[in-house]
Design a protein around this ligand. Structure first.
Ligand SMILES: [Fe+2]
Length: 190
């Protein structure tokens, strides 16, 4: 599956993401943002790939990976949604086309979380989050049509099934405030 991008571009991306300080460092996050900004400015590059699609759900396509990072193209079918989850690793993403709605949550115990804000992420949007939080969220594609995003995670795809640490059940989902997420999260974005 790592042949989707072509070997040269795949190796160049992995080289860009390699830092001495590891995948929780500011150097790494800056590198991941840089790779994502490059990819979202040429959306045709990703859109032209033979990406897997799952109607009504989302499909993950591995573009590049090594022992520290993995880079995925996610194709979000209309109506698709992730669970409410947090991450065991750093997670950076950029929107290539369409829009995904990101809802943020605060855990109230080990299994339940309340929504704290919601934003629509349009094509060109790039963000990073760290496992130290705040990083409990859910992504959904309300359409119309599909959306495509690129996700760069600080995990080895051969040793972890996904970036998800814990999944939560929503409490009070009907009253999601359409407010910007709180300041600590905003500092990690951009
Ligand atoms: Fe996530």
């Amino acid at each position: 599956m790592q042949g989707l991008l072509g070997e040269e571009r795949r190796k160049a991306i992995l080289r860009s993401l390699r830092t001495d300080e590891g995948t929780l460092s500011q150097d790494y996050l800056a590198a991941a943002r840089g790779v994502l900004h490059e990819l979202v400015t040429v959306p045709g590059l990703i859109r032209s790939l033979p990406l897997e699609r799952k109607p009504g759900s989302y499909a993950r396509n591995l573009l590049a990976g090594d022992d520290e990072v993995s880079v995925w193209a996610m194709v979000w079918g209309e109506g698709s949604a992730t669970s409410i989850h947090d991450h065991h690793c750093s997670c950076c993403f950029g929107v290539i086309s369409g829009a995904v709605t990101e809802t943020w949550y605060r855990a109230i115990n080990a299994t339940e979380a309340v929504p704290t804000g919601e934003q629509q992420r349009e094509a060109g949007y790039v963000a990073c989050m760290l496992p130290s939080g705040p990083n409990i969220h859910r992504m959904r594609n309300f359409g119309p049509g599909e959306a495509i995003s690129i996700h760069i995670y600080g995990f080895d795809h051969r040793t972890h099934a996904s970036s998800i640490e814990t999944e939560y059940t929503a409490i009070g989902e009907a009253s999601i405030p359409h407010l910007p997420v709180h300041a600590a999260e905003l500092q990690l974005r951009g």
